[in-house]
Design a protein around this ligand. Structure first.
Ligand SMILES: Nc1ccn([C@@H]2O[C@H](COP(=O)(O)OP(=O)(O)OP(=O)(O)O)[C@@H](O)[C@H]2O)c(=O)n1
Ligand SMILES: C[C@](O)(CO)[C@H](O)COP(=O)(O)O
Length: 237
């Protein structure tokens, strides 16, 4: 792995949809915070990377001892996820050619294999790359009163996951362009697409879930337990 890989982990969200008594990144799975699990997965794949962690200024739960990386810094989160990522880009002394990978703290089930595959694609593709998965179900268009009014062809539709990786200069240009034009984007690829660029979709594992709603905690916990069992029994696919 090149030593010019930077990791940005946006972890300044409030977890409103989770509705817990603290932000979801501090809820525990197997006695460790989600934040700890996510950072450990990233470290297992990229021990020499430099980490920028986006945290809310009023965060009362973060413990620096949970960060396994020797080289890391903390930056203040933004109002939206995109603001957190842009703060990180503006704080880091990265070079234009460096690869920057952004991974949600709320995706603790990502595997080292998917992380490495995405890094490889992001290093090679001029417009960057993102983990994603093709939609598997029949897709419906709903009316405001939740009636099914149409079936949307699923061909070419993918779910966007993280990590998403780009050259530093491209990602910074894209997010600054979005801010300057008053666009709120929910992922980095959206900002890059707005420049007319076309990041590569890299097919990722379906168990790279984002912990978002209350039921997702048990789901992520079961996924992580099955991944550990797979590794110990060497039956992973
Ligand atoms: N201002 C923000 C908002 C979100 N995030 C991060 O972006 C990721 C994806 O966001 P989401 O799942 O929406 O998390 P929350 O914003 O915490 O959840 P909610 O929208 O339910 O409040 C999370 O890792 C979250 O911590 C961030 O760094 N800064
Ligand atoms: C980047 C992302 O994980 C894409 O799925 C993003 O965090 C999505 O956030 P959302 O607003 O909850 O879709």
């Amino acid at each position: 792995m090149s030593d010019s890989l930077w990791l940005i982990v946006p972890a300044a969200g409030q977890g409103k949809r989770m509705g817990a008594d603290k932000p979801k990144q501090y809820l525990e799975i197997a006695e460790q915070s989600i934040l700890t699990h996510t950072l450990q997965r990233l470290y297992a794949a990229f021990p020499q990377a430099q980490l920028v962690l986006c945290l809310d200024n009023d965060d009362q739960w973060f413990n620096p001892a949970w960060v396994p990386f020797p080289h890391w810094q903390r930056v203040t989160g933004g109002v939206e996820r995109m603001g957190s990522v842009l703060n990180a880009l503006q704080a880091m002394p990265a070079q234009a050619a460096d690869v920057v990978m952004v991974h949600d703290v709320a995706r603790p089930c990502v595997t080292p294999e998917d992380l490495r595959a995405l890094y490889q694609a992001a290093s090679e593709h001029p417009d960057g790359a993102l983990l994603a998965m093709p939609v598997a179900d029949t897709m419906k268009r709903a009316s405001v009163d939740q009636l099914s009014v149409a079936t949307v062809p699923r061909d070419g539709l993918w779910h966007a996951l993280t990590p998403q990786g780009f050259r530093y200069a491209l990602l910074r240009e894209a997010l600054e362009y979005a801010v300057d034009n008053g666009c709120i984007v929910t992922d980095e690829a959206s900002a890059v697409e707005a420049l007319g660029r076309t990041p590569l979709l890299v097919s990722g594992r379906r168990d790279n879930v984002k912990v978002t709603h209350p039921g997702d905690l048990a789901l992520a916990s079961a996924i992580m337990a099955s991944q550990v069992a797979c590794v110990s029994e060497r039956i992973c696919t």
